[in-house]
Design a protein around this ligand. Structure first.
Ligand code: DGI
Ligand code: FE
Ligand code: FE
Length: 198
């Protein structure tokens, strides 16, 4: 499907707010891909499509992933959470509704919420862009934007930190991919606070 058609389709199916957010993620993901050497074209497409399943009901998302025979290590957690399942469901729709065959683009959509150990530059570009695109406005977003211009990994760790703190504060479950990704970065010596810089 041509980009123009993809945008039109998303405009029809998403709320205006989610549509603006998707446009922002597309632009920001392309910017980060340019800065850090990922495919700008793939980042832009993945950014547009990443939240295509976000406004479905949980049972609609479950239907999409079941039909595609996706399986999950922690099925109970994944299949029970709209916040988590919209990534995998979106990666299926990228193919079935938007004709995206590219596995890297679909991977970036699949992992855009939880992250994972060993994310590709493309996955990191989309994950970070989701957090810092210009329509985002929450405490700490400026710090994330600042870090993103100089170090992808420090910015990424900052995002994980903030998300973990928020989930813990709200008494929520934390997906094992998020914990593993956080631990992996710490093990690698990544730090975002200047005094702790490895
Ligand atoms: O879809 P968006 O709102 O644009 O952003 P997103 O896909 O990153 O979703 C973020 C939400 O997902 C945020 O409110 C935190 C929530 N969430 C729930 N469980 C987890 C989680 N985020 C991560 N990284 N890990 C979790 O286990
Ligand atoms: Fe999302
Ligand atoms: Fe998003």
């Amino acid at each position: 499907m041509k980009l123009e058609k993809i945008e039109k389709e998303l405009e029809k199916t998403l709320s205006p707010k989610r549509f603006r957010h998707s446009a922002g993620v597309a632009e920001m993901a392309r910017h980060l891909a340019h800065l850090y050497g990922a495919s700008e074209e793939k980042a832009y497409l993945a950014g547009w499509i990443h939240d295509c399943a976000k406004e479905m009901t949980l049972s609609e998302m479950q239907h999409v992933v079941k039909k595609a025979h996706l399986t999950f290590d922690d099925a109970k957690h994944m299949l029970g959470s709209r916040a988590l399942l919209h990534g995998p469901a979106g990666s299926v729709l990228a193919k079935t509704a938007f004709g995206i065959d590219d596995e890297e683009i679909r991977g970036a959509i699949y992992y855009h919420t939880t992250g994972r150990v060993g994310m590709t530059l493309l996955e990191k570009s989309v994950f970070l862009a989701d957090y810092i695109e210009p329509n985002r406005d929450f405490p700490g977003v400026e710090k994330a934007r600042e870090l993103a211009e100089t170090s992808m990994d420090r910015a990424l760790l900052y995002c994980y930190d903030q998300t973990l703190i928020e989930l813990i504060t709200r008494g929520k479950l934390i997906h094992s991919d998020t914990i593993a990704a956080y631990n992996d970065m710490i093990r690698q010596g990544v730090r975002w606070r200047d005094e702790e810089k490895a």
